[in-house]
Design a protein around this ligand. Structure first.
Ligand code: PGA
Length: 253
C-alpha cells in the first residue's frame, strides 16, 4: 500500500515565534485527532526547520520538510542549502520543482533532475511537483506537459530510486487562486501520471508511488479531492498556515 501524505507548504510565511506556535498546535491536534495512518509533513522556511523539527520531536506521523535544496554537494553557493545539510539536520523531506521555483527562479527540468539526484543521494524523500499553467490547460496540452516534466526530471532514475519519490500534481492555475481542480480533473491527471510511470517502470512500481494533489486545497474540498483512487493526499499552501484548517485537511485523508 502506498503512503497517504498531507504536506503543508508554508512558503515564505511566519516569524519564528508564529512558526513555533503553528508547529506546536498542529502537532498536538494531529497526535490527538488523526486516526488514519497518514503521514503529515510541515515544509517550513529553511530558517525554521530545526526549531520545528525540535517541536515535532520523534513523532512517527508528523515530519519536517524543506521547500528546496541545491543540486550541488557543497561549496561556494551563497545562500543555498544542500541535501547533505538537510540530512545532517534530520530533515527527511524536500519539495522540489514547485511551480514558484520554476517560475521565479528559472528552475528547469534538467536542473530539477540534478536536485532530485542530490536529494536521493542523501536519502531524502523528494516531493516532486509538476503541473501545467492555465494557457497550457486551455489548449489541452496539460497531459503532454506533465508527462514531459516527469520524463525530464525523474525518468533517469533506476527502478529502486523512483520508489523513493513522492509526486505532487499542482495545476498552476489552482495554486493560491482559490480555484481548485475538480475531483474529476485531479483524478484524471493523477491517473495519467500513474499510467506514465507504469509505462516506464511497470504497474507495481506505479501503484507504490504516492501522488499528492495541490492547488487551493482546503478543509471544505479536501474530502472530495482525496476520495479519488489515485489521489494519495495533498500538498497544501495557504490552508497549511492555520492549524485547525490544516488538521481538518489531514483528517480528510
Ligand atoms: P495553495 O498552494 O494551497 O495556497 O493553492 C499550494 C502549493 O503551492 O503547494
Amino acid at each position: 500500500m502506498r503512503k497517504k501524505i498531507v504536506a503543508g507548504n508554508w512558503k515564505m510565511n511566519k516569524t519564528l515565534e508564529e512558526a513555533s506556535i503553528l508547529a506546536s498546535e498542529v502537532k498536538g491536534m494531529i497526535e490527538d485527532e488523526l486516526m488514519s495512518g497518514a503521514i503529515v509533513v510541515l515544509c517550513t522556511p529553511s530558517l525554521f526547520l530545526l526549531p520545528v523539527r525540535n517541536i515535532l520531536g520523534d513523532s512517527k506521523r508528523i515530519f519536517v520538510g524543506a521547500q528546496n535544496c541545491s543540486e550541488h554537494e557543497s561549496g561556494a553557493f551563497t545562500g543555498e542549502i544542500s541535501a547533505a545539510m538537510l540530512k545532517s539536520a534530520k530533515v527527511p523531506y524536500v519539495i522540489l520543482g514547485h511551480s514558484e521555483r520554476r517560475q521565479y527562479f528559472g528552475e528547469d527540468g534538467a536542473l530539477l533532475a540534478r536536485k532530485v539526484d542530490a536529494a536521493l543521494k542523501h536519502n531524502l524523500t523528494p516531493i516532486f511537483c509538476c503541473g501545467e499553467p492555465l494557457e497550457v490547460r486551455e489548449r489541452n496540452g496539460h497531459e503532454s506537459l506533465v508527462k514531459k516534466q516527469l520524463e525530464e526530471s525523474l525518468f533517469h532514475l533506476d527502478d529502486t530510486h523512483i520508489l523513493s519519490v513522492v509526486i505532487a500534481y499542482e495545476p498552476v492555475w489552482a495554486i493560491g487562486t482559490g480555484k481548485t481542480a475538480s475531483a474529476q480533473q485531479a483524478e484524471d491527471m493523477h491517473a495519467v501520471i500513474r499510467r506514465h510511470i507504469a509505462s516506464k517502470y511497470g504497474q507495481d512500481t506505479a501503484e507504490s508511488i504516492s501522488i499528492l494533489y495541490g492547488g487551493s486545497v482546503n478543509a471544505a474540498n479536501a474530502k472530495e479531492l482525496f476520495a479519488s483512487k489515485d489521489v494519495d493526499g495533498g500538498l497544501v499552501g495557504g490552508a497549511s498556515l492555520k492549524s485547525r484548517e490544516f488538521t481538518e485537511i489531514a483528517k480528510a485523508i
